[in-house]
Structures are given as C-alpha cells and as structure tokens.
Design a protein around this ligand. Structure first.
Ligand code: SF4
Length: 241
C-alpha cells in the first residue's frame, strides 16, 4: 500500500491510499479510532456539589474532556485533577488542576457547568490510560475514508457544459480537463446532467483517508500510531495462523 500526503495541519491530515482495498482502509480506520491509547477521567470524588446538576452528569462531562497524552507516562498511572469553584460563575475545563505536568487538560475552554449564587463545586477526578475499545471516552482521534473517483470526460462533447455547470466542486473544466479530483465525492451530478459526456466510477483500490486528532498528538503522528497498531495486529494474527 502506498500513502500519498495531500493536506496536513497539526489537527487534520488527508492522504491518498493507493494499491489498497476497502478491508485495509477500514482496518486502519478501526485501529486509529479504537486502539490508540489516551487519558480520560475515570473516577470522580465529589466533596461538595450543590449545583443544579447531579454528580453522575458532571462525572460524564468530565470524562469527555480531552486530556493531553504522553507515551512516557506509565500504563497504570493515575492522574489526579482537582477543582474548587464557587458561583456565580461558569466553570471551564482549564480550571481542572492536574497533579502531573505531562497529563493535563488539552481542550481548555469547554464549559462544564454554570454555578449560581452560593453554589459550590469541589471535587477530585482521576484520569487513567485506556483505549476506545474499553470506552468511547478514550477515543482521541477521528478517522474516515472515501472511495477515489475515476472520471472520464469526452472532450468536445456538446453536453459537456452541463456537466461543468452541475459539478459543485468545480472538478470538470470547460476544456474537459480535470482538477483536484480528490475532492470528488461521487455525488453523480455530472453524470445526471450529461451522461453522454461523463462517466464516473469508484476505484476499489484507492481511497481518500482523513484523520483528525483531539489532543496534543498531531494528526500525522496518530496516523503513524494507527499504522503501527495495524501492523502489530497483523503480525499477531499471522503467528496464530
Ligand atoms: S461526481 Fe459530483 S463532485 Fe464528482 S465530478 Fe461529478 S459532479 Fe463533480
């Protein structure tokens, strides 16, 4: 399988998988979504909570706040966060104070709750390392894929202008040339408008693969971690066979 980079920022990366199959693309997606370890709040001790929200609701919200990740932190580490706020105020995620510099709140501006006059929230939350196979709160990355399109255009066809006008992504040019084909989502508007001028097919060995990260690990690093996990699983499977 070949991986061709298309777009990259810290948070998102898009690549093209070539000489691949839908099974491999999906296995890679599953490895990224399910198998990458991350930290999340697992237990909360409430010392005071006279807010309008039950402890269980608040614990659920705290568990979904993205935390940073560091490979060097032990698998069985327990990271304690503390929070002590009195209303009237809005309590934000960055107000959770970590006892470990390496693992802290990553998404800092998530509102947790609004406290009214004389309402107080005092708690200790413990985060552990896990994967989304155990619980969705450990999912630190989103991954998805789409089939690449094979588009054939009959240059000079009298109906070509209709296909050009119909394409919402401006992939088909009036000359019949194509641009940014990786943006094609196989919507079929071009073939509906001018079936004689354009033919469209999904390639079953080429995919656009998208990764978005929710923590301090870059999207490219998450993709590489996913590939390593997939390789690990394939090796284990080969040994069993
Ligand atoms: S399938 Fe849709 S996006 Fe792709 S070229 Fe045709 S009209 Fe454009």
């Amino acid at each position: 399988m070949k991986i061709i980079p298309l777009q990259e920022t810290e948070e998102r990366v898009t690549v093209r998988l070539e000489e691949s199959s839908v099974s491999v693309a999906n296995a890679l997606r599953r490895a990224i979504v399910d198998d990458l370890p991350a930290f999340a709040v697992d237990e909360v001790d409430f010392f005071e909570n006279n807010s309008c929200m039950y402890n269980e609701y608040l614990a659920n919200r705290l568990a979904l706040i993205p935390l940073t990740f560091d490979d060097e932190v032990a698998d069985d580490a327990k990271i304690v966060f503390s929070l002590d706020k009195e209303g009237p105020c809005t309590v934000y995620s960055h107000e959770l104070r970590s006892t470990d510099e390496k693992i802290k709140v990553f998404a800092k501006n998530i509102p947790i709750i609004r406290l009214g006059e004389r309402q107080r929230l005092r708690l200790e939350a413990t985060a552990i390392k896990g994967t989304a196979r155990q619980h969705a709160k450990f999912q630190s990355t989103l991954a998805s894929y789409a089939y690449c399109a094979k588009i054939k255009v009959k240059k000079g066809d009298k109906n070509l202008a209709a296909a050009v006008a119909a394409c919402p992504r401006k992939i088909i040019l009036p000359s019949g040339e194509l641009q940014s084909v990786e943006l094609c989502d196989l919507c079929g508007a071009c073939t509906d408008a001018a079936p004689e001028a354009v033919s469209l097919k999904a390639k079953n060995d080429e995919f656009i693969f998208f990764v978005e990260t929710y923590n301090n690990v870059t999207a490219l690093a998450q993709l590489k971690r996913g590939l390593a996990k997939l390789e690990e699983r394939c090796t284990a499977l080969a040994k069993e066979a």
